[in-house]
Design a protein around this ligand. Structure first.
Ligand code: GRF
Length: 210
């Protein structure tokens, strides 16, 4: 059976990508990483990919801070399509995706967010949860749509907030949960185990991969 082809986009240290690649290399995912792309030239995620024998490419993002220039986003979509990517995995990609990517990969872009959405969308969600005095928070894997962390929720995992927690201790605990949840969700998508995954080719339809 041919593995599901992933394109991973990240801007930072790539701990989620590492966990996904570990699961792929352990034969647990039914997926392969075709390409890792970053909008940050010296992002650790690019080094990490290269060190794992995965192709890595820097995509200069253009003049905006929170999104890609539309022409560049179209080039990115075309590039991922030319790589025959079937599922785009956002792993700490710090820009919002817009029409060029969303239209090229409808319901085929997933993200992981460090809160139990719809609570605490946006930046530093763990700090928001701490400040709000919550007893628990967590992480969410969701599809990308045109909004900020508003796409359909695929899976969530709860993480307790402990007495005396600091922001960094809480973030580290959430990230541990992220690492297992993200790999589990991708494995499920690759197996087409969820009713809402009908648009993904089933393993039997994916054939041998020539
Ligand atoms: C994760 O905490 C994720 O929730 C958020 O960005 C962070 C990326 O971390 N979307 P890493 O680069 O995977 O370590």
């Amino acid at each position: 059976m041919r593995p599901l082809r992933l394109g991973v986009l990240g801007s930072g240290k790539g701990s989620n990508y590492r966990a996904i690649q570990d699961a792929i290399d352990a034969g647990q995912l039914g997926a392969e990483t075709r390409i890792v792309v970053s909008d940050v030239e010296d992002a650790r995620i690019l080094e990490l990919a290269a060190s794992r024998g995965v192709r890595a490419r820097y995509f200069p993002p253009g003049k905006y801070r929170t999104r890609l220039e539309p022409d560049i986003e179209q080039q990115l979509a075309d590039f991922l399509a030319s790589e025959e990517v079937e599922l785009v995995v956002l792993a700490g990609f710090m820009r919002m995706l817009k029409a060029p990517m969303i239209e090229a990969f409808p319901n085929r872009i997933i993200n992981i967010h460090p809160s139990l959405l719809p609570k605490f969308p946006g930046m530093a969600a763990w700090e928001q949860a701490l400040a709000a005095g919550e007893e628990a928070t967590g992480c969410t894997v969701h599809y990308i749509d045109a909004g900020m962390d508003t796409g359909e929720i695929i899976a969530q995992r709860e993480v307790p907030i402990l007495p005396g927690d600091t922001a960094s201790a809480l973030h580290a605990r959430i990230q541990q949960a992220e690492h297992s949840l993200y790999a589990e969700v991708i494995a499920r998508i690759a197996r087409r185990g969820e009713p809402d995954q009908t648009e993904f080719p089933a393993p039997s339809e994916r054939g041998s991969g020539d």
